[in-house]
Design a protein around this ligand. Sequence first.
Ligand SMILES: NC(=O)c1ccc[n+]([C@@H]2O[C@H](COP(=O)([O-])OP(=O)(O)OC[C@H]3O[C@@H](n4cnc5c(N)ncnc54)[C@H](O)[C@@H]3O)[C@@H](O)[C@H]2O)c1
Length: 490
Amino acid sequence: MLATSDTAWSVRRWASEWGWDNPNRAACTSCICSGLHDGVLDWLVYSSAADSFVWLPGVGAVSLGQRKRRIQFCSEKGGGFIRGSVNWKNTLAYRKGACQPASNCRIRIHRSNPKRPGRYLMYRAAVIGLGRMGSTFDDEISSGGAIFLPYCHAPSYAASPYTELVAGADLHAEQGAIFADRWGLDQEHIYGDYREMLAAERPDIVSICTTARHRAAIIQDAIQAGVKAIWAEKPLTLSLAEADAIIELSARNSVAIAVNCSRRHSPFLTEARRMAQSGELGDILQITAYTECYISHNGSHAIDTMRYLVDGDVEWVFGEMESDEEAAGEEDLMGNGYLAFDNGVRGYIRAMPTGIAPWEFDLIGTEGRVRSLSNGAETQYYRWVPGGLRDEGLPARAPFPLPLSIQGTGLSVIADLVNAIETGSDPRCSAEDGRKALEIAIAMRESHRQGGRRVDLPVADRSLRILSVEIGGDAVPARVRRLQQEPVVA
Ligand SMILES: NC(=O)c1ccc[n+]([C@@H]2O[C@H](COP(=O)([O-])OP(=O)(O)OC[C@H]3O[C@@H](n4cnc5c(N)ncnc54)[C@H](O)[C@@H]3O)[C@@H](O)[C@H]2O)c1
């Protein structure tokens, strides 16, 4: 057990007490991370010698370089988290931004920044495609539910404690000028050609916020340029062959790819999944999604959320598309699907008009049920209580557990991606997840093409594709199309 002290501690002293291999290095490269939990803070520190996390107990003052910070702990939980209170402005774990929920709490060994002694070196992040999702999408959001701000890429990099936004690239100079002005970048860090940007700026993390038309090529170029991680918009690609190539190349080069099917970072849907996995809902039987959308474009969100909630893979599907004509072509389209998961769960997605039920997910188990309504605006939880005819029990509405804190969705995606870089784990929504969403949509359309036959996955013909609806008119940025009063797919 670690020694505690009520006097000042230095990082150098932790290093020797906890057996860090190089105290000098530890003194300038280590850091504490904290997580907000039950209104108090959890603190952990990583020991590279022990190759494990250790708990920081006791009361003390901590000095890191020139910065002296006071941390007061009120209790210690044996072998678990140490919970304490702290003056937020005096935390040394975070330069800015909110703490992570305890479940995400993670210690990172920061590299010191040689140009700014005492400051942590952040991951260098750059954005390709400086439009709505690259920069301004958050301006369109007026209430939370499915999304919490910061959500889109640039504001999330700007706010994240892990990243520094260093550059952007867009074919359209005006998009670049607006981006530079808004995010405080010198024009010299804005590029017309993303390849030049990758070579000159050497970013660690790159966001790819063009439409799916260009995504496969840009992802492959970014991997070849040596980035550590990619945050890619959805849908991942137009064709299965493109997705296959990306996944193969990223695996070969150990590059993490997070696909922005961001509902995986919703605290409500994450809690619903936890309830399903823990058995609180009993055996999971059914997942239903009502999402009026095109099956590749926003269908990628819906299909991915279904897979996330039931934690299973789809083995086969039936599909019905909006018309034979639409199903025969390659354009994105509306349709419905019946999904058979490998864990026995059955799913139904209605991506045709949904009337008064927009963006609903209904997760049904033998003991409980969670419904996410109106695009995350409300979450309902039902469980059995005694009563009913012949005392068989009744499903009664119970309070749905609320999150202790909610951080911006984009911050959660970045923290997850940084975790993937540092641990080699898959991002919560990986390129594989992106490929599976596309494959399920294609299989639904194939089923319709074959007169409603069952289609097994994986789909054999890898040349199949869906031209995601957002690529229509994408030679002109959405902002300009809006100025010209042309419709833009949200
Ligand atoms: N995850 C979400 O919630 C969400 C929400 C909206 C949009 N999206 C996705 O974001 C993507 C972008 O949509 P948008 O609405 O932001 O479009 P947009 O038109 O606003 O932005 C795209 C930008 O990419 C630029 N661009 C195109 N080709 C380029 C290239 N080769 N190099 C550099 N820049 C290039 C365009 O000039 C434009 O500025 C789409 O794939 C869409 O599906 C996701």
